[in-house]
Design a protein around this ligand. Structure first.
Ligand code: C2E
Ligand code: MG
Ligand code: MG
Ligand code: MG
Length: 274
């Protein structure tokens, strides 16, 4: 009976793994259709000046509503897109929609704030990134100060020389770049100092635990580091007024989070621009 129980346990785990693999296959298959059939939309989350509570800009976040799978989180589909050669396409669909949005507001003479797009490290390091990016922005007649790049640092992909080259090229053209999810996964602080990022985004997990004395010290150190390196610093995932107050007191310039706004559809974001 022992052996029998053991078999039950084994097949239970096997079934779970099969399910996971099937889910990934379903996502990959639907992704191919979804990219062609306009199933992706952009949500915008406001970036708030913590001193004045004014809107400084937005971050663009991909949303995918599949007729087959329903709403799929980017946490799930971005990784699958990265592993299957689809991520450049995902990033560029979102980038195009953001450029179109900016272009329409420009045409109508409406207020415009910078919008940051997320670029996967897989895409960022691919040979076509800078040229594709620049030609898309130019195609929509958007000036570089109205579009920003966020790159999540990845230890596996980290290539200091190449990162510096790409960031310098963007900087020379007038684009600002942010290092996203800072604190989780960055290998060396000495690299940060030499990479021409204009902004550090402190990972949400740090803000979540900011009441903890050690974490408080860590966040304070990052804010000071950013200031010393003359980089802009953004706290991600602010959910409470206490977190807001602590970060404001530390001198953190900008914040994002559900406390201010959740990511929202373009039409809703437009209501914040007047
Ligand atoms: P991220 O770039 O760090 O974006 C912030 C994530 O935190 C978003 O999740 C946002 O909805 C969420 N968030 C914002 N404020 C709060 C808060 O106060 N509390 C909590 N619990 N969460 C908050 P989302 O939209 O699910 O995106 C997850 C990740 O997927 C993003 O993390 C980004 O790495 C990636 N992603 C999203 N869109 C794109 C895209 O177009 N291209 C690429 N390459 N990655 C994308
Ligand atoms: Mg981001
Ligand atoms: Mg990220
Ligand atoms: Mg982030």
């Amino acid at each position: 009976t022992n052996a029998k129980n053991h078999n039950v346990v084994v097949s239970y785990f096997e079934a779970e793994t099969d399910e996971k693999i099937q889910r990934e296959l379903d996502i990959l298959n639907q992704l191919r259709y979804g990219l062609k059939n306009e199933e992706f939309t952009v949500y915008l989350q406001p970036k708030i000046n913590l001193a004045t509570s004014e809107l400084e800009g937005f971050e663009a976040l991909a949303r995918w509503n599949s007729p087959v799978l329903g709403q799929v989180s980017p946490v799930e589909f971005i990784r699958i897109a990265e592993q299957n050669g689809k991520i450049n396409e995902v990033d560029n669909i979102i980038l195009k929609k953001v450029l179109q949005f900016q272009n329409e507001r420009l045409q109508k003479g409406q207020k415009i704030v910078p919008i940051a797009v997320n670029i996967s490290p897989v895409h960022f390091y691919s040979d076509t990134f800078v040229n594709d990016f620049i030609s898309l922005v130019n195609k929509y007649n958007i000036s570089p100060d109205l579009i920003q790049v966020e790159v999540t640092e990845s230890v596996e992909l980290f290539d200091y020389k190449k990162a510096k080259e790409i960031l310098l090229e963007l900087k020379k053209l007038g684009y600002e770049s942010a290092i996203d999810d800072f604190g989780v996964g960055f290998s060396s602080l000495s690299y940060l100092q030499q990479l021409p990022f204009s902004e550090i985004k402190i990972d949400r997990s740090f803000i979540n635990d900011i009441n903890d004395a050690d974490m408080h010290a860590v966040v304070k150190t990052i804010v000071q580091l950013a200031s010393n390196l003359r980089m802009h610093v953004v706290a991600e995932g602010i959910e409470t007024s206490e977190q807001y107050a602590i970060l404001q007191k530390m001198g953190c310039s900008t914040g994002q989070g559900f406390y201010f706004h959740k990511p929202m559809p373009l039409e809703e974001a437009e209501k914040l621009l007047y």
